[in-house]
Design a protein around this ligand. Structure first.
Ligand code: GDP
Ligand code: MG
Length: 597
């Protein structure tokens, strides 16, 4: 029954306890045993578990017998909390009526707390503030309440103090979900109207769609239509995750579940798309989600050139699971055939790279990440450049633009100086500094995204011992005085090592890159000259001397095992080498720009 359904998400800054609370819900409602829950069921992928983050949105249906004696169907939609995944959060929230706002009582409101609350408000959700980790001695429940009220302008009088870890207060939260979040309001007699908020690829059944039924219902055998492209499919299976995948007979108005309909391609299902009854369609599709554009690009190459096809197949499959990343074939003189890939941010990039290696057994060489630049040519064309190697020659560039973001950092006051310095170093323009509460400040800077993807987040974390949190939004493109720096090995420019930087920083970065390269490229049988150049002008030079003698010569005749070990070690090290001309270049060297200041 529709009045017994509650669709909700948990929104939180990363590490504030979302997955832990979700596990407690599953336990409390008997959906899983405590032992099963220990493994954090919602963070299904190994990778997610190891990194302790939730990458994809998941939807779990839980039966809950409330104090009023009725059994409710709770649909919990888990959302990621990282700055890269705003898009995933927003599309999951669109399938909900309410959200639990989880705030760590020892950390208070953080950058992503604010970002997520804004998304929830934009989706008109009922927000229930929940204050977590009250079992910890440093928990400040009153202070956290105060900042929820002051900063987020939410009524925090009914904020619920809990310990997700110990389960304390969790039953009250379940009751609050029933009492405060409204049931879904769709029309069961109207034609089917369902929202696609996630999808992934299953080897046996093709595309599996996570959907929220807004009006009508759907069952196997029904002919459905995807409204953006008019394609029709026959529904093969519907069901829910409980959290085990469980087949059902139908999905009714207000419910959240999955659907398979022999869809073979990503193009068949766009996230944010509307599914309707092919025979009796609904009039109006959903307005659709905001189109996300990848912000960060890099080249991906297999170390083994023979695996090019495997890499392509893996990208095709991954893209089925994640429509927010893009790729296209590219050729590098240095690296051969590979792909230029676009990501929402750096974490997103790392995750995709890691999945390609882990799930598809590939060994990759990745080039340094870059933003998308806009170049106005002297001929009047506007080019979007996501690969420094493709930049036209300087004399044909009229002007150069780069993306700027508004970065918002929340930090304890004592780190303020360190952060201002970091932002300044990265060409930041200070916009605002104000106190959030007596001990913490909000610092906002306009910054070139290009400077932020170079290790900014890691530096921010290390300079503040992990206490600062970051959120950012895109401001748009601005004209900048940029130059391309080429790196030459023995006189040959290596396209995969070129990077674009501000003219002010060019000499410094060129020099640093050359030094870094010298550190990273192992000695070889011949001397290697490393140069950094702007156009024809060399701005830095380093030399790696030739190897004197065979390393194995060190092991005197007899010691076979040691010799073998050494050879094996060399082989290991080689795995991630790419021969660029005659020079063997290790993976780290392609990312060296990330390590220069
Ligand atoms: P998420 O990133 O929001 O999903 O956070 P997790 O659920 O993964 O929790 C982050 C960390 O906080 C984990 O080490 C949890 O064990 C811990 N944690 C979560 N809830 C509590 C709690 O109520 N008390 C304490 N002491 N630790 C908690
Ligand atoms: Mg989590």
């Amino acid at each position: 029954m529709q009045s017994l359904i509650r669709n909700f998400s948990i929104i939180a800054h990363i590490d504030h306890g979302k997955s832990t609370l979700a596990d407690r819900f599953l336990e409390a409602t008997g959906a899983v045993t405590a032992r099963e829950a220990k493994e954090q069921i919602l963070d299904a992928m190994d990778l997610e578990r190891e990194r302790g983050i939730t990458i994809k949105a998941h939807a779990v249906a839980i039966r809950y017998r409330a104090k009023d004696g009725k059994t409710y169907a709770l649909h919990l939609i888990d959302t990621p909390g990282h700055v890269d995944f705003t898009y995933e959060v927003s599309r999951s929230l669109a399938a909900c009526e309410g959200a639990l706002l989880l705030v760590d009582a020892t950390q208070g409101v953080q950058a992503q707390t604010i970002a997520n609350v804004n998304l929830a408000m934009a989706n008109h959700l009922t927000i229930i503030p929940v204050i977590n980790k009250i079992d910890l001695a440093s928990a400040d429940v009153e202070g956290t309440k105060q900042s929820i009220a002051d900063i987020l302008q939410l009524d925090a009088t009914d904020a619920m103090p809990i310990s997700a870890k110990e389960g304390k207060g969790v039953p009250d939260v379940l009751e609050a979900i029933i009492e405060r979040i409204p049931p879904p309001s769709g029309n069961p007699d109207a034609p089917l109207k369902a929202l696609i908020f996630d999808s992934w690829f299953d080897n046996y059944q093709g595309v599996i769609v996570l959907t929220r039924i807004v009006d009508g219902s759907v069952r196997p055998g029904m002919k459905i239509k995807v409204m953006s492209n008019g394609r029709t499919f026959e529904v093969m299976e519907v069901g829910q995750f409980t959290p085990k995948r469980t087949k059902g007979t139908q999905l009714l108005t207000g419910e959240v579940g999955y659907l398979c309909a022999n869809m073979k391609e990503v193009a068949d299902v766009k996230i944010g798309d509307t599914i309707t009854d092919a025979v009796n369609p609904t009039g109006e599709p959903f307005p659709g989600y905001k189109e996300v554009k990848p912000l960060v690009f890099c080249g991906l190459y297999s170390t083994d050139t023979a695996k090019y096809e495997d890499l392509r197949d893996a990208l095709v499959k991954l893209r089925l699971n994640d429509s927010s990343f893009v790729y296209e074939p590219e050729t590098s003189l240095a690296l051969g055939f590979g792909f230029r890939c676009g990501f929402l941010g750096l974490l997103h990039m790392e995750i995709i790279q890691e999945r390609l290696e882990r799930e598809y057994g590939l060994t990759l060489i990745t080039t340094a990440p870059t933003v998308v630049y806009r170049v106005l040519t002297t001929k009047g064309d506007v080019l979007e450049i996501d690969n420094p190697a493709e930049l036209p020659p300087p004399n044909s560039i009229e002007s150069f633009e780069e993306p700027f973001i508004l970065a918002t950092v929340i930090t304890p006051e004592r780190y303020m100086g360190a952060i201002l310095k970091l932002c300044q170093e990265r060409r930041g323009i200070q916009r605002d500094i104000h106190f959030l509460d007596p001990t913490r400040v909000v610092i906002s800077y306009e910054m070139p995204l290009n400077e932020v993807i170079l290790d900014f987040y890691d530096k921010l974390k290390s300079r503040t011992q992990g206490y600062a949190s970051l959120d950012y939004e895109l401001l748009g493109y601005r004209e900048s005085d940029l130059v391309k720096i080429d790196i030459l090995l023995n006189g040959e420019a290596v396209d995969a090592l070129s990077f674009i930087t501000h003219r002010e920083r060019a000499y410094f970065r060129g020099r640093q890159m050359a030094e870094k390269m010298k550190e990273l490229i192992p000695r070889q049988m011949f001397e290697i000259a490393i140069q950094a150049a702007i156009g024809n002008k060399v701005i830095a030079r380093e030399t790696i001397g030739a190897m004197k003698k065979n390393v194995t010569a060190k092991c005197y005749g007899g010691d076979i095992t040691r010799k073998r070990k050494l050879l094996e070690k060399q082989k290991e090290g080689k795995k991630r080498m790419k021969a660029v001309g005659s020079v063997e270049v290790p993976q780290e060297a392609f990312l060296a720009i990330l390590k220069v200041g």
